[in-house]
Design a protein around this ligand. Structure first.
Ligand code: ADP
Length: 450
């Protein structure tokens, strides 16, 4: 087991990882930019190192600074959290060259899954169902038109190097195809320095359903059920739940087994998420995230398994102790992402939190790094916390969530809490009847005052 883990992240996830380390009796090193000197993860860690000025590229993404921090403190492993360097294969390689363990999968697996075309080909080879589309990149416009006609419109042109919803264009018919190709290519070139694109069938009313996996790199892999993350704004998840209201036990077992078997064959190590679009009873792979996800707590709430604890144990070389038959799903959990934003316009709202009263009670978990008097810096993501609620049934979970949202007080800044107060009372949400377009449509037709 490791002696000392450096947590290469900030905010709620740095704290989340720190808690797992403390429970395992492992010493912790926090790193921070000058803007985060007063952050909670810095206060609670055993040691802390300032790694640079506020912009992330000069601090949280600064590999030489992070290496120096490992050197100074003698950390023998690094947990990257999510975002920042968590899916950076080069960072994983550099750490290993310095005999420091990257808590995550191998650099090779990060690389394969980071390239969308290669990821899709790998998924297909491993028996995971994929969205119908081109076999790899399309090079000429003639090829693109022919493939799109074969698949049938509407189609989606996607950047191979894509991420964050960029480099994607829908073509509803043949006339729109040339335009979609050129704008996807130029956006991809600008954002990722790589203009290769591929084509997929565009699904009209899918849900986003993702399967959590855990492997030990020694041939063992299990799945921990799914999360439904269909409530999205601009391809960003807003509300996540487990299990999905759209699946039954049979479809869950089926897709879970396909994914777990695939990860065992790949010899995957650590936690990972296989993301699917789900429409008319069929699953279509879109991508794999080779890291811990923001929404991992909903899975922890229904399985009782601490994913970060498992991640650390596996990274230290331990074989997986949990078998698939040990995994049971208990009740229902929902997570709301609390952002420092205007809940109607989503404009960022950094600044000082003058009053902070999170809810509590049975089945309630608040993962957050903020506190009363904390000044939210303007340099980073607007996520300031996550409210995660568990109930024995989805109905009980929703009742508890409503109660928690009423109790939650955040003053001094604006937050997305009022948005969730509206959503929790919506009939479609109560019925679990929503797809990936639901929230955008609802926001466009039911504007509310913040
Ligand atoms: P990124 O890595 O840029 O986030 P993804 O491939 O994960 O891109 O897709 C992001 C979102 O775009 C999905 O959650 C879904 O809302 C939408 N999307 C992606 N592929 C398709 C598709 N074939 N049909 C319909 N919507 C899609």
């Amino acid at each position: 087991m490791f002696n000392k883990i450096l947590i290469a992240n900030r905010g709620e996830i740095a704290l989340r990882v720190l808690r797992a380390c403390k429970e395992l009796g492992i010493e912790t090193v926090a790193v921070h930019s000058t803007a985060d000197a007063n952050a909670m993860h810095v206060r609670l860690a055993d040691e802390s190192v300032c790694i640079g000025p506020p912009p992330a590229r000069d601090s949280y993404l600064n590999i030489p600074s992070l290496l120096a921090a490992c050197e100074i403190t003698g950390a023998d492993a690094v947990h990257p959290g999510y975002g920042f360097l968590s899916e950076n294969a080069r960072f994983a390689d550099i750490l290993s060259a310095h005999n420091i363990t990257f808590i995550g999968p191998t650099a090779e697996h990060i690389r394969i899954m980071g390239d969308k075309i290669e990821a899709k080909a790998t998924a297909k080879r491993l028996g995971i169902p994929v969205v119908p589309g081109s076999d790899g990149a399309v090079t000429t416009d003639e090829d693109a038109h022919r493939i799109a006609a074969d698949i049938g419109y509407p189609v989606l042109v996607k950047a191979a190097a894509g991420g964050g919803g960029r480099g994607m264009r829908v073509a509803l018919n043949e006339e729109e195809m040339s335009m979609a190709l050129s704008s996807a290519r130029s956006e991809a070139k600008n954002a990722f320095g790589d203009d290769s694109v591929y084509i997929e069938k565009y699904l009209l009313k899918p849900r986003h359903i993702e399967v959590q996996v855990l492997g030990d790199g020694q041939g063992n892999a299990i799945h921990l059920g799914e999360r439904d993350c269909s409530l999205q704004r601009r391809h960003q998840k807003v509300w996540e739940e487990a299990l999905s209201p759209a699946l039954n036990q049979e479809s869950r077992d089926k897709i879970g087994k396909i994914v777990a078997d695939a990860m065992a064959e790949l010899n995957y190590a650590g936690v990972g998420t296989i993301e699917f679009l789900y429409e008319d009873g069929e699953f279509y792979f879109i991508e794999m995230n080779t890291r811990l996800q923001v929404e991992h707590p909903v899975t922890e709430m229904i399985t009782g398994i601490d994913l970060v604890n498992e991640q650390i144990k596996v990274a230290s070389g331990a074989a997986l102790q949990i078998r698939q038959s040990d995994v049971t799903f208990n009740g229902h959990a929902i997570e709301c992402r609390i952002n420092a934003e205007n809940p109607a316009t989503f404009a960022p709202s950094p600044g000082k939190i003058s009053y902070w009263h999170p809810p509590g009670g049975l089945g309630v978990r608040v993962d957050s790094g903020v506190y009363q008097g904390y000044n939210i810096p303007p340099h980073y993501d607007s996520l300031i916390g996550k409210l995660i609620v568990h109930g024995r049934t989805r109905v009980e979970c929703m009742m508890r969530l409503r109660r928690c949202l009423d109790e939650f007080v955040v003053d001094g800044i604006q937050s997305t809490i009022p948005l969730f107060r509206h959503l929790v009372d919506n009939q479609d949400i109560a019925n679990g009847m929503y797809d990936i377009h639901w929230l955008e449509k609802w926001l466009a037709t039911e504007p509310f005052e913040a």
